[in-house]
Ligand binder design. Sequence first.
Ligand SMILES: *[C@@H]1O[C@H](CO)[C@@H](O)[C@H](O)[C@H]1NC(C)=O
Ligand SMILES: *[C@@H]1O[C@H](CO)[C@@H](O)[C@H](O)[C@H]1NC(C)=O
Ligand SMILES: *[C@@H]1O[C@H](CO)[C@@H](O)[C@H](O)[C@H]1NC(C)=O
Ligand SMILES: *[C@@H]1O[C@H](CO)[C@@H](O)[C@H](O)[C@H]1NC(C)=O
Ligand SMILES: *[C@@H]1O[C@H](CO)[C@@H](O)[C@H](O)[C@H]1NC(C)=O
Ligand SMILES: *[C@@H]1O[C@H](CO)[C@@H](O)[C@H](O)[C@H]1NC(C)=O
Length: 315
Amino acid sequence: MHLSSPLTPVALLATSALAQTTQLFNFTTYVDIENGIIRPNGHLLLTTFSNGELFTLDPVSPDPQAQLVATFPGATAITGIASIGPDKYAIAGGVRGSYHYTNETIYTIDFNTSAKNPNSTVKPVAHLPNAVMLNGMAALPAQPQTILTGDSRLGCIFRTDTTTGETDVAFKHEALSAPANASVPIGVNGLKTVGEYIYFTNSGRGTFARVRMTPNGTVVSDVEVIATLHEAGDDWDDFQVVADGSAYVAQPTNAVVRITADGSQQVVAGGGDSEVVVGPTSVHVDEGRGVAYVTTRGGTVGGVVVSGQVLQVEL
Ligand SMILES: *[C@@H]1O[C@H](CO)[C@@H](O)[C@H](O)[C@H]1NC(C)=O
Ligand SMILES: *[C@@H]1O[C@H](CO)[C@@H](O)[C@H](O)[C@H]1NC(C)=O
Ligand SMILES: *[C@@H]1O[C@H](CO)[C@@H](O)[C@H](O)[C@H]1NC(C)=O
Ligand SMILES: *[C@@H]1O[C@H](CO)[C@@H](O)[C@H](O)[C@H]1NC(C)=O
Ligand SMILES: *[C@@H]1O[C@H](CO)[C@@H](O)[C@H](O)[C@H]1NC(C)=O
Ligand SMILES: *[C@@H]1O[C@H](CO)[C@@H](O)[C@H](O)[C@H]1NC(C)=O
């Protein structure tokens, strides 16, 4: 399609959306930031594919820097993260291969330290020998010690009690798997719980969907597809649902989109030819500050390797 004057307002709109996006931090060597979460103090935790390192970053500091806070024994990559208590998290990790992990493990890390126990503690709490690619994770709102973790290759959601390690398959469905002809064999990717719903993206199918569950994570509805990706070549990664029911979704290769509850989609950062957002992986909204933090895996832009970033988007 050729650009002509009637399209100019759209271009201007895109430019103003870009103007609201700033890079808070990037790694100087290549680090793929996979996911994150906002802590009670407003800082971010960042999971990465570089030796399973977990970082923390203060986004309101004048010069935000990621600080290494933990590594996970036996894991080369850590992915999904969920809050399971006050400043306490569950994290999925394993030994990363090509769309296939081994030794998939659920760990917990507790930052709620005391004078008596000043150090945060990492504990492996469950091994999932059948898991192939654990990805997005969320806690059950009614019992946050129990988490749900999507498996992008098996097309299922595992349920793990982080106090006992007991794990079962809460839900397995075609809507969670990649189609056989998908260019990237990743089904369920981002996953969040809100009230009685589990929301998820499926990268291979280009869908954003939800199902209803009981308080213990048992799925009791059909899959409701809220939106389907417009752009071939893009896909949907992790996201956050906000109070008005809309979701801010990482849309590699270079955008963040807002999907409203009725399924309409609007690019809020990057998109088009923009090089501001490079390989977004997850979005974390601080509704109090009116901003979204976006993590990225970086990529290659114009032959130059760009490392993982943390961006701030004004909402
Ligand atoms: C698997 O993970 C556990 C931690 O849960 C670790 O102790 C063990 O060394 C890992 N095994 C391999 C083969 O990486
Ligand atoms: C730490 O845990 C205690 C309960 O054990 C809780 O009262 C307190 O609010 C927690 N602190 C933080 C920073 O979450
Ligand atoms: C906490 O960590 C520090 C540094 O690794 C170590 O010297 C100290 O012994 C630890 N404290 C406890 C109570 O484990
Ligand atoms: C996969 O197959 C479906 C159904 O035949 C088709 O609609 C879709 O375009 C195909 N996707 C790719 C990436 O080839
Ligand atoms: C979950 O709750 C339902 C009732 O809402 C019950 O039938 C089911 O056995 C429970 N499942 C587990 C794993 O606790
Ligand atoms: C980090 O960001 C700066 C500022 O945008 C950019 O010039 C630099 O190339 C980036 N470095 C990497 C390794 O991505």
